[in-house]
Design a protein around this ligand. Structure first.
Ligand code: ATP
Ligand code: MG
Length: 574
């Protein structure tokens, strides 16, 4: 590709509304442009990278025996009625009516459609196992689309669906996908982890997420430092502290705490540690009333755990301030479990505290040296917090460490949920109707592009892993338009690269070298070759890898070897 024929649309300034680095760099490099919240176009440069991701995914899915098809975005409501999801799905499902007033939606996922295909097309056990996949546009009306294509409303997903005769066969299909995902993420050249996304279940997992590790990741993942335990923090059990609760040491007192509304205010105001304070959150109860969820001040609520408690409304809804004032008679900021007339659930760690500080249920007052069992009933002790670094690993081996990740893939055993509700069956050897077992397997294709940048960039721009780069190398000739020998050398080399099948970018724009170099660094091309009159005079060219700190002068006669090296590098399927 010649720059003069390409739409290179780099920006100097960092767009102000882009919060994370991948979003900023994708806009600055001219990969994407925004039209509305969570709605983007992929410009030619961005699309080259997107296609690389798709191609790797497609090759490995094909190799794993999955069959590509293409399903519609527009989905009739009848199918969703059958599965029961028309009523269950929240506002993320974009519902619409066609001109005949028929209800439909724009697919956020395709279990219904694929099950409909299956029940029409497949009727014998002999046709199983079967795995259908597509690489296609999804629409989810996300409440807070953000970070560019990382969480957008319209995005591209690879989604695959397996069908098997029984549970064991489903497990085999799942394991094949697990292996295929490992190959895919290895080939991307990204640092990633497969983590269990199952709640509690230790042992064989029925759901796994694949995370690209990056500081800015929305998810926290917990790993044991001594075993292969790794799971999304959402699902990790926090074991009760080993130590018994200490005996009370002092009498409870009420103290004035004007203006101290947060745990931090309170800890610094009273000169104590946040670990010694209780944090009391008020949520809606199943029966329409309220419940209290009590944590140690330095811990965070785990929403999934809390909404599983009997009596707590699911999905979890924290109570509104007005509702709290009306029911409890005082404002948020000084609520505590002692004397509270609603059900109270106390996290195991908070239940082990003695002589703690908590809200007094009177505005601007707290209790100090409060104690369970003495100043109120013994607590109902439950697990409702997120684990933190240093907690024991739930498998009993080692301590947990926490890293941040971006969820780029999810594999899941569905069982018979859709085949059953949508009456998909096949006949077994005896001619008996069997309801097949399904699995589903997603990869956020567009999100992978953003995640790759989040993990691989510097202050100059993107650093693509070779397998995802839009071009393998950029040729930057100095004075291309003024020097005949430079033009000749650059054109010749460009042609040789093309002949060898390399994806090469020739910067033939009449620009200063610094401008060309910074553009190529911004868009993240892995290799740069420079031809100049001075260099050619000395029979040399210059090479710089995107991660190198210095350029290297190399003899011109090494150019053919250089081309061969690039042509044979990681580009072939792994
Ligand atoms: P998340 O928790 O991030 O919302 P999810 O659990 O809803 O993801 P799945 O339904 O498992 O996601 O979808 C499969 C993959 O699609 C995800 O692993 C993710 O990579 C991608 N994905 C999901 N939602 C979005 C989105 N709004 N924008 C871009 N990619 C997305
Ligand atoms: Mg989601």
């Amino acid at each position: 590709m010649r720059a003069s024929r390409f739409h290179l649309a780099t920006l100097k300034e960092t767009p102000v509304d882009a919060e994370i680095v991948s979003h900023q760099l994708m806009l600055r490099a001219g990969m994407i442009r925004r039209h509305a919240a969570g709605i983007y176009s992929w410009l030619p440069l961005g699309l080259r990278i997107l296609r690389k991701v798709e191609q790797i995914v497609r090759e490995e899915m094909d190799r794993a025996g999955a069959l590509e098809l293409l399903m519609p975005s527009f989905q009739p409501s009848e199918l969703w009625q059958e599965s029961g999801r028309w009523d269950q799905f929240g506002p993320e499902l974009l519902r619409l009516k066609d001109r005949h007033e028929r209800d439909a939606c724009i697919g956020p996922t395709h279990e219904e459609i694929v099950t409909d295909i299956f029940r029409r097309e497949v009727n014998s056990y002999r046709q199983l196992p079967l795995n259908f996949y597509q690489i296609q546009t999804k629409f989810r009306d996300e409440i807070r689309p953000r970070f560019g294509v990382m969480r957008s409303r319209e995005f591209i997903m690879k989604d695959a669906y397996s069908f098997d005769l029984d549970r064991d066969a489903m497990q085999r299909s799942y394991d094949i996908m697990d292996q295929a995902y490992i190959k895919i993420f290895d080939r991307f050249g990204l640092d990633y982890r497969a983590v269990s996304a199952d709640s509690g279940a230790i042992g064989g997992s029925t759901s796994q997420e694949f995370h690209v590790l990056a500081e800015s990741g929305e998810d926290a993942i917990a790993f044991s430092d001594q075993s292969d335990f790794a799971a999304n923090i959402e699902t990790v059990e926090a074991l009760p502290p080993a130590a018994e609760r200490a005996a009370p040491a002092a009498d409870m007192e009420t103290v004035d705490t004007p203006g101290m509304h947060t745990i931090d205010d309170l800890a610094s105001g009273l000169g104590i540690s946040a670990r010694q304070c209780l944090k009391t959150l008020i949520a809606e109860a199943e029966d329409g009333g309220l419940v209290a969820l009590v944590l140690r001040g330095d811990h965070e609520l785990n929403v999934l755990k809390a909404e599983r408690l009997a009596g707590v409304a699911s999905p979890l809804r924290l109570a509104q301030r007005e509702q709290i004032i009306e029911v409890l008679g005082n404002d948020i900021g000084s609520i505590g479990p002692i004397g509270l007339a609603i059900p109270v659930f106390v996290d195991h760690s908070a239940a082990r505290l003695s002589d703690f500080v908590c809200g007094a249920n009177q505005d601007n007052k707290h209790l100090v040296n409060a104690n369970w069992g003495r100043d109120c009933d013994e607590p109902v002790s439950v697990d409702i917090r997120n684990v933190v670094a240093g907690d024991p690993s739930p498998d009993g081996k080692g301590e947990l460490k926490i890293l941040r990740g971006i969820e780029v893939g999810h594999i899941f055993q569905l069982g018979q949920k859709y085949s059953e509700s949508m009456q998909a069956t096949v006949l077994d050897e005896q001619g008996k109707a069997i309801v097949p077992f399904m699995g589903c397997y997603g990869i956020g294709v567009t999100r992978v592009v953003a995640a790759a940048i989040e993990q691989n960039h510097d202050d100059k721009g993107i650093i693509w892993p070779e397998s995802l780069a839009p071009f393998q190398l950029a040729i930057c000739p100095i004075n291309y338009h003024k020097s005949e020998i430079v033009k000749q050398a650059a054109d010749d080399f460009y042609q040789q690269c093309l002949d060898r099948g390399l994806e090469v970018f020739l910067d033939d724009r009449p620009l200063r070298p610094g401008v060309m170099f910074s553009d190529m660094e911004l868009i993240g091309v892995p290799h740069r070759v420079v031809f100049s009159e001075r260099g050619l005079g000395a029979q040399q060219f210059e090479h710089k890898g995107r991660r190198d700190s210095e350029a290297q002068e190399l003899p011109l006669d090494e150019l053919p070897a250089f081309i061969e090296k690039l042509a044979s590098s990681s580009w072939a399927p792994g």
